[in-house]
Design a binder for this molecule. Structure first.
Ligand code: NAD
Length: 498
């Protein structure tokens, strides 16, 4: 069994005196596979101090040199992709191909960060007054902390630290205690790429470690991705302690199906977006909105596909969907399906109680599909974060738009239609941060930025892309005048003060 520790100042760190720990499991079989150390406030302090000590030299390192380390890190990620994907599957449960997908999306942010010399170029205005010029520079903010969720143990940290580090900051990452190993491998690869000690540190842990980061006087900025309840707390606490903060949170993403949509393509999209990664994605589609009588035809095509979903261990290349993250989460998701039945929704496909031969203790649930879901139901209002798709039927486009806009979350959304005018009206009027037009999971590419609206985000900066550069830098604007130049050429008389 592995003991999963921390990575501080270029060194792997094992258990300290009195340090708490928690078991880690492999969701495919439910077996315990390791023990993760849970950092105390003193351990977090050690990591933050290491990051603070490394800051002056790293901030003064030319952006080109920082970018070259990112190039080497990208190469190492490419070379270690298979090994990392298997590690993610072991602790998270998602299929190996899906794990590779998350690694590649993270790697794309590293590629973006390789362009940092260009991205950090400032602004310049000459002659704003007579003989006066103004220029702005982007400086690092200092020690940055990242607090990340279980569902993307590689991609979400890589939404943050490549940009932060390339901008000249140092970083302390607190990954999810449910799948903590990937972050430690990323730390080793960064060191192999030539990153100086102390620039990137990992503390594993739970609330105690998070609280220590949020209140530490040497932490300048906090990035969080996770659930809304925790995100709101993290944002408020970080702000109350004078830090910059961004918290990307929960979601309930709607996919609107217009009567003119290509139904086969729409059903393919719903299957991937609703059940891929067992619905444990913040951009998963959990509500399909059937507009104007398309509901029956949609259900007719959707139901057999959900029944036929191949659920199995993530290491089996035939699996389309792996297990859920923990036994507790399995109970929570099954509980939501029970609740939907009680609330009066029509359970068309019931995935509860799935047992796989040889994996009887794994955290599996089959795909679940509800029809006739209404907005007053808790299964509609709350984020389930499992393979449960709710179909809501509405008469017209305006009703669909209103429905999406009245939901408390506004992370991503999508519309499937062949009509450009409808698509444009939806895109313009919808209250969500990321919109797909015939694209089910519109996670923006690395040179744009990721972020939702409403209670899917706290703070005013998205992650990665230029928003990320903005979050991880502070602007210094200089106004310069040089009144006494030496235009007369060389002077041969001994200079004296005038
Ligand atoms: P979570 O909120 O339980 O945990 C996120 C992080 O916060 C973890 O590192 C965890 O250790 C820490 N944490 C947990 N409870 C805490 C507490 N009481 N005080 C301080 N820190 C605490 O989230 P999760 O279950 O790991 O991830 C799933 C959630 O993340 C879903 O809600 C999903 O929508 C969301 N998510 C959002 C995005 C996005 O970009 N909007 C992306 C991925 C996941």
């Amino acid at each position: 069994m592995d003991t999963i520790g921390h990575y501080i100042n270029g060194q792997a760190i094992g258990a300290g005196a009195g340090e708490r720990s928690a078991p880690t499991f492999t969701p495919a079989t439910g077996e315990q596979i390791g023990t993760v150390l849970l950092a105390s406030a003193a351990r977090v302090d050690e990591a933050v101090r290491a990051a603070a000590a490394a800051l002056p030299a790293w901030a003064a390192t030319p952006a080109l040199s920082r970018a070259r380390i990112m190039f080497r890190f990208k190469e190492l990620l490419d070379r270690n992709l298979d090994r990392l994907a298997v590690l993610i599957t072991r602790e998270h449960g998602k299929t190996v191909e899906d794990a590779k997908g998350e690694l590649i999306r993270g790697l794309e942010v590293v590629e973006f960060a390789c362009g940092i010399p260009h991205l950090l170029k400032g602004e310049f205005s000459d002659q704003v007054g007579r003989g006066i010029d103004v220029f702005s520079q982007r400086h690092p903010v200092g020690v940055c902390a990242g607090i990340t969720p279980f569902n993307f143990p590689a991609m979400v940290p890589m939404w943050m630290f490549p940009v932060a580090i390339a901008c000249g900051n140092t970083f302390v990452l607190k990954p999810s205690e449910k799948d903590p190993s990937t972050a430690l491998v990323l730390a080793e690869l960064l060191a192999e790429a030539g990153l100086p000690k102390g620039v990137f540190n990992v503390v594993n842990g739970d609330k105690e470690a998070v609280d220590a980061l949020l209140t530490h006087p040497k932490v300048a900025a906090v990035s969080f991705v996770g659930s809304t309840a925790v995100g709101e707390y993290v944002y408020r606490t970080a702000c109350a302690h004078g830090k910059r903060a961004q918290a990307l949170c929960g979601a309930k993403n709607h996919l609107v199906v217009m009567p003119d949509a290509d139904l086969d393509k729409t059903v393919d999209a719903l299957m991937g977006a609703g059940y891929g990664s067992a619905g444990e994605r913040c951009m998963a589609v959990s509500v399909a909105v059937a507009v104007g009588g398309i509901g029956d035809a949609l259900m007719e095509k959707l139901e057999p596909r959900v029944r036929a979903l191949k659920v199995g261990p993530g290491t089996d290349p035939d699996s389309e969907m792996g297990p859920l993250i923990t036994r507790e989460h399995l109970a929570k998701v099954s509980g939501y399906v029970d609740l939907g039945v009680t609330e009066g929704a029509k359970l068309v496909v019931d995935g509860r109680g799935l047992k796989l031969q040889g994996h009887e203790n794994g955290y599996y649930i089959g795909g679940c599909l509800f029809d006739d879901v209404t907005p007053d139901m808790r299964i509609y209002k709350e984020e389930i974060f499992g393979p449960v798709l709710s179909v809501v039927r509405v008469p017209a486009f305006d009703d669909a738009l209103k429905l999406v806009n009245e939901h408390e979350y506004g992370n991503g959304t999508a519309i499937f239609t062949r009509d450009g005018d409808t698509a444009r009206a939806f895109d313009y009027g919808v209250q969500a941060g990321m919109v797909g037009i015939n694209v089910p999971i519109p996670v923006p590419v690395a040179f744009h930025s990721f972020g939702g609206w409403k209670r899917s985000i706290f703070g005013d900066r998205n992650v990665y892309g230029m928003e990320g550069v903005g979050f991880y830098t502070r602007v210094k604007t200089t106004t310069a005048r040089w009144p006494n130049g030496q235009r007369g050429g060389a002077e041969f008389v001994m200079p004296v003060m005038s």
